[in-house]
Design a protein around this ligand. Structure first.
Ligand SMILES: Nc1nc2c(ncn2[C@@H]2O[C@H](COP(=O)(O)OP(=O)(O)OP(=O)(O)O)[C@@H](O)[C@H]2O)c(=O)[nH]1
Ligand SMILES: [Mg+2]
Length: 311
C-alpha cells in the first residue's frame, strides 16, 4: 500500500491500514519508518485524547482490567479504544499475544476497539521506542482513549509514565513488602493505584492493602500536577468496582485540564527527543568502528577522536 492509500484507509477507519502503518513505524528500516512519520505529520496532533498507561507485575490482571474498563467506556458511543500492549522482553512472544487477546475477548470483538501488541525489539530502556508512534497513529485513526499495557519492570515502568497522561499501577492484595521495594519509584508517578483481584478469599485483604497504600501515599508530596493519587479496589474478573474507577479517571482528566495535559505532552516530547538522539548516536558508533580502530593505532587520544567524530 502506498502512503496515500494508508492515509485514506486510516481516515476511513480501516484497521488494516492502521496496522500496516504501525508496522512501518516499528520497522528498523529508516525508509519505512520515514513513511510512518510522514503519515503522522499529515494528520497532526490530536489533542482530545486520553492516554492511559497501565502497569503492574506479570499476571496481576492488567489485560483483564483493560477489558473490563474498556467495555464499560465503550458504552459511550463517542469513545473509541486502542490497546497497545508492550512486552518488555526482546521479542513479543506468540504466547503473550494470544494470552492478551483472549483476556480481552469481548473488547477485541468490538468495532470501536483496536488491540495490538507492540514489538519491543529495538528498544530504548524498556519501552519500545516506537510505541509513541503507534499511539499517534491510533489517535490519527480516531481512537480517543489509548491504553498502553506493560509489565512493570525496571526502567520500563517510568517510561510508560512518559507516554501517558494518566498512569495506573495495578497491585494484588497482600504483599506489604512491595511497599518497601521497587514499587517506591513507581508510586512516585502513579496517579491511580488499583488493588485488583478483590474477590473470593482476597476481598478483605484487598481492603487492608488499599489502606496501607493510601497511608503511604499520604506521606508523599502531591504529584507535580497537584493531584493526590487515589487508591481503588476492584475485581476486574468479576467486573466489580469498575464504574467508581472510571469516575476517578474522569475526575483526573478534569483535574489536569487540557492546558496541563498539552504542556506535559511537550515535556514528554523533549524526553523522547533526547532518547532518540541517544539512539541515533549509539547506532552511529558502529559505522565508525574502523575509523576508531585506525585512529587509536595512530595514537589519537580518545577524547580528541570523539570530538572529531561528532563535529
Ligand atoms: N480472581 C481474580 N483473578 C483475576 C482478576 N483479574 C485477572 N485475574 C486472573 O489473573 C490471571 C492473569 O490475568 P491477566 O489479565 O492476563 O494479567 P496480566 O497482568 O495482563 O498478565 P501479563 O500480561 O502476562 O503480565 C488470569 O488467570 C486472570 O483470569 C480478578 O479480578 N480476580
Ligand atoms: Mg496482559
Amino acid at each position: 500500500m502506498t502512503k496515500e492509500e494508508l492515509i485514506k484507509g486510516i481516515k476511513t477507519g480501516d484497521p488494516r491500514s492502521l496496522s500496516k502503518a504501525i508496522t512501518l513505524a516499528e520497522s528498523s528500516l529508516d525508509s519505512k519508518q520515514e513513511v510512518a512519520l510522514q503519515i503522522i505529520e499529515h494528520f497532526g496532533p490530536q489533542k482530545d485524547t486520553l492516554r492511559i498507561g497501565v502497569t503492574g507485575a506479570p499476571g496481576v490482571g492488567k489485560s483483564t482490567f483493560i477489558e473490563a474498563v474498556g467495555v464499560e467506556i465503550l458504552k459511550d458511543p463517542t469513545k473509541k479504544i486502542a490497546v497497545l500492549s508492550i512486552d518488555p522482553s526482546s521479542e513479543v512472544s506468540q504466547g503473550s499475544i494470544l494470552g492478551d487477546k483472549t483476556r480481552m475477548n469481548k473488547l477485541s470483538s468490538m468495532d470501536a476497539a483496536y488491540i495490538r501488541p507492540s514489538a519491543s525489539g529495538n528498544n530504548l530502556g524498556g519501552v519500545s521506542k516506537n510505541t509513541r508512534l503507534a499511539i499517534l497513529l491510533c489517535e490519527a485513526a480516531g481512537y480517543n482513549t489509548i491504553f498502553i499495557e506493560s509489565v512493570g519492570v525496571g526502567q520500563n515502568e517510568t517510561e510508560i509514565a512518559k507516554l501517558s497522561d494518566l498512569f495506573v499501577l495495578l497491585i494484588s492484595p497482600g504483599g506489604g513488602d512491595e511497599l518497601q521495594g521497587i514499587k517506591r519509584g513507581i508510586m512516585e508517578v502513579a496517579d491511580i493505584i488499583v488493588v485488583n483481584k478483590a474477590d473470593g478469599n482476597n476481598k478483605s485483604q484487598a481492603q487492608v492493602t488499599a489502606k496501607e497504600y493510601s497511608m503511604a501515599l499520604n506521606l508523599k508530596p502531591k504529584n507535580e500536577n497537584n493531584w493526590t493519587p487515589k487508591v481503588v479496589v476492584v475485581s476486574a474478573h468479576k467486573r466489580q468496582g469498575i464504574q467508581p474507577l472510571i469516575e476517578k479517571c474522569l475526575d483526573y482528566n478534569k483535574h489536569i485540564k487540557n492546558h496541563w495535559k498539552q504542556n506535559n505532552r511537550k515535556e514528554q516530547m523533549k524526553y523522547w527527543t533526547k532518547k532518540n538522539i541517544e539512539y541515533l548516536l549509539l547506532s552511529k558508533i558502529d559505522q565508525y568502528s574502523d575509523t576508531i580502530e585506525s585512529s587509536i593505532e595512530n595514537g589519537v587520544l580518545p577524547e580528541r577522536l570523539a570530538k572529531n567524530i561528532l563535529e
